[in-house]
Design a protein around this ligand. Structure first.
Ligand code: ADP
Ligand code: MG
Length: 708
């Protein structure tokens, strides 16, 4: 291991944020009046002028150069789901053959990367070909470290010249504005005169697997597809429940320590870590941030994790389902709304007044999740998550809300006009002026719900481990903006505020209680019950994607200026194409791994067996070779099946349309190619159980899941 971190020599309080152009650094380095203007710009209260941009750019450059930077980059999030960057140096040659180091306000606020090779779903052909990146003033710039130095990274949004979003950040920022606008309308009616902005706050819990790098490098499927395409189930899986919160192995602990170290330097508040349910599965969670910052930082967590894993001769797997038969990985998005004067709007309050507020925002979420379940579902739809949602070890593809019995009881009593009692059995008065002091701890825990209330926030658990959190949070903000706007409409028209609030709470509960489910979402009878309740179940990505273009969904997203119709069409195209490409890669890989690795291994071992049988017969004519012959026969049979399944997969792959209608193509991959892949895996895994380990071409599930 190259790096030993000694926190006694590098106290956390000193290293924390050393690579982040944080608020503290800006306050220290910017002239006071410019710092104040910049704060106003961040708060949306002032425009960014060229002069301010120049001053900030200069301070940023000086800081970066002092830390050893020679280059800067605009850092953005195209529709690949990853981040993108193009580096420029600060150098500016002088006439006499020297250089000075320069960085202007113009370079800080706008970049023009050649964007023609990013997925755009036809957007750029319809419109102007070029795109530009624009500085996201609200997300701190940072220094990324490699083995020889650092580079200045500036978080940006990526936009076409005609204003269409080409990335994941622009819609997120728009959705944050939308939900803020509507939340403020509601707050105003509740008498809040001080809040000027409402922020969506997000704390993403990131799950991942660690495997030994040597094993990873020997598995082409892990390297190219991020998941095992073959692999016989190990004798031991997660059934002993001995991994979750178990003792963290030394090697994982060392990795985590260095990961935290790197993240803390970046100002990413890595806070909790533990063993997850599956063997060699782990979780890391930061302290929550404002949504766009949380999204940027989650990308950094994912990137840093992979980098640090490499230093420990490990590979960090972010795929949603790297291994069949054990838990997949998700990314629980803890989400809430907070005012700029510090109130968490999903916090049950101490006073009746705060409780009216809490109940209204709770109702807004409840309604949004019920009415726009499709949009939330599609925001988590991708090839990897198809293996997770609705499978055995993951939340189902049906969206329901967990409120906990206590909270549901309160809503149900309010609605029925029945007295509400607290945990001590005391009757609580109703009406807004005398709304009950809600019990402080309203949380029972439910680990199976895709959307759970956890005391003062919701936890959206359907989100997949590898995806950017921008999309799910964008949709969540957007749908809640809509229901808040409906509530605001009612409050603004109201003649009797208290009565209107009561009416809203009661009618919301009555109309949308079907989406509340406090039971076990993994139970086999839940999907049937959900169907009876009329809740949508969109089991796969291909089935979920059309939600993006449903009339009512487009109308909502356009109304709140989160996505335009063309942007949605382009995203629909990009997602479908991506799905087909992903499956195509996996299918090709399975074919090549079958021909080049599995078949030769089976053939070698079969030959060894045949020779042994022949030699045994020759050496002692009476020796029984029946057992070995039956093993040989089983291998021959599995090989036959393997070859026939491989032929079917090749046939389906050849038949799948390669261009043209993206929906038809994705449908063919989903309905024809995927089943053929499942079919091929069976004889391959059977062979793994028959062929000697010495002959098997790659590390098995036992190696991958238990050796660390
Ligand atoms: P658990 O495993 O019990 O769900 P964790 O501590 O792993 O809890 O994760 C909880 C996450 O929720 C953390 O990232 C935390 O910062 C975040 N969180 C707490 N309060 C809020 C809030 N008001 N808004 C958004 N996220 C929050
Ligand atoms: Mg959690």
């Amino acid at each position: 291991m190259e790096k030993v971190i000694d926190f006694t020599k590098n106290p956390v309080t000193e290293i924390y944020g050393m690579h982040c152009f944080s608020d503290a650094i800006m306050r220290e380095r910017l002239p006071k009046n410019y710092y104040r203007v910049l704060k106003d710009v961040q708060a949306g209260k002032a425009e960014l002028t060229a002069e301010v941009a120049d001053v900030v750019a200069m301070a940023m450059k000086d800081w970066a150069i002092e830390k050893g930077a020679t280059h800067f980059t605009h850092w953005f999030q195209p529709l690949t789901g990853l981040t993108a960057e193009k580096h420029d140096s600060f150098i500016s040659p002088t006439k006499d053959g020297r250089v000075i180091m320069e960085f202007s306000g113009k370079e800080l606020i706008k970049g023009e990367p050649d964007a023609s090779s990013f997925p755009s779903g036809g957007l750029r052909s319809t419109f102007e070909a070029r795109g530009y990146t624009a500085w996201d003033v609200t997300s701190p710039a940072f220094l990324k470290e490699d083995t020889t130095g650092v580079t200045l990274y500036i978080p940006t949004a990526f936009i076409s010249f005609t204003g269409e979003a080409l990335d994941k950040k622009v819609p997120l920022l728009r959705s944050m504005e939308a939900v803020s606008r509507q939340a403020l309308r509601v707050l105003k009616k509740l008498g809040n005169e001080t809040a000027t902005h409402v922020f969506a706050t997000v704390g993403p819990e990131q799950e991942y697997f660690l495997v030994d790098r040597e094993y990873f490098d020997r598995r082409m499927d892990l390297m190219l597809a991020g998941r095992t395409l073959f692999g016989s189930a190990p004798a031991k899986g997660q059934e002993l429940e001995d991994q979750y919160f178990g003792t963290i192995k030394d090697r994982a602990a060392a990795f985590m320590r260095e990961l935290n170290y790197e993240l803390w330097k970046l100002g990413v508040s890595a806070k909790t870590q533990h063993n997850e349910v599956a063997p060699n599965q782990f979780e890391i969670a930061p302290i929550f941030d404002v949504a766009n910052v949380a999204a940027d930082r989650n990308q950094l967590v994912m990137e840093t994790m992979q980098k640090v894993a490499g230093r420990h001769q490990l590979a960090a797997l972010l795929h949603e389902k790297p291994f069949a038969g054990v838990n997949g990985s998700g990314k629980h998005n803890n989400w809430s709304l907070a005012t700029d004067d510090g109130i968490n709007l999903l916090e049950p309050g101490a006073s009746p007044h705060e409780n009216a507020q809490f109940l209204l925002f709770l109702c807004a979420v409840l309604k949004a999740v019920d009415v726009y379940a499709g949009l939330l579902r599609v925001s988590t739809a991708n090839t990897g998550n198809d293996h997770r949602l609705g499978a055995n070890e993951a939340p189902p593809a049906v969206i329901s809300v967990f409120l906990g019995e206590q909270l549901e009881e309160i809503l149900s009593c309010l609605t029925a006009g029945k007295p509400v009692k607290n945990a001590q059995g005391q009757k609580l008065e109703l009406g807004v002026n005398a709304l009950p002091k809600l019990p402080k701890d309203l949380t029972d825990r439910n680990r199976t719900s895709p959307f759970a209330f956890t005391g003062n926030k919701f936890e959206f658990r359907m989100v997949s481990s590898a995806q950017s959190i921008a999309e799910p949070i964008t949709m969540l903000n957007a749908v809640v903006a809509e229901t808040l706007s409906e509530i605001a409409d009612q409050l603004e028209k109201s003649k009797d505020l208290n009565k209107t609030i009561s009416d809203i709470v009661c009618s919301t509960y009555q109309k949308h209680k079907r989406v509340i489910f406090n039971g076990n979402n993994y139970a086999p009878d839940w999907p049937a019950e959900a169907e009876k309740r009329g809740l949508p179940n969109l089991p796969s990505c291909v089935e979920a994607l059309p939600e993006l273009l449903k009339k009512e969904n487009v109308a909502l997203l356009e109304k709140h200026k989160v996505y335009s119709h063309v942007e949605l069409e382009s995203r629909y195209e990009v997602a479908l194409e991506r799905y087909s490409k992903d499956i195509n890669i996996e299918a090709q890989l399975m074919i090549s791994m079958t021909s080049r690795d599995i078949l030769p291994a089976a053939v070698d071992y079969a030959r060894e067996l045949s020779l042994t049988i022949a030699e045994m017969k020759k050496a002692a004519a009476k020796s029984s070779t029946a057992g070995l012959e039956s093993v040989l026969a089983s291998i021959a049979e599995a090989v036959d099946q393997l070859l026939s399944c491989k032929a079917s997969l090749e046939k389906e792959l050849a038949a799948a349309p390669k261009a043209g209608d993206a929906a038809a193509q994705a449908k063919a991959f989903r309905e024809k190619v995927v089943p053929a892949m499942v079919c091929l895996r069976e004889p391959a895994d059977a062979l793994e159980r028959l062929v000697s380990k010495k002959h098997w071409p790659w590390p098995t599930y036992e190696d991958l899941l238990f050796r660390l």
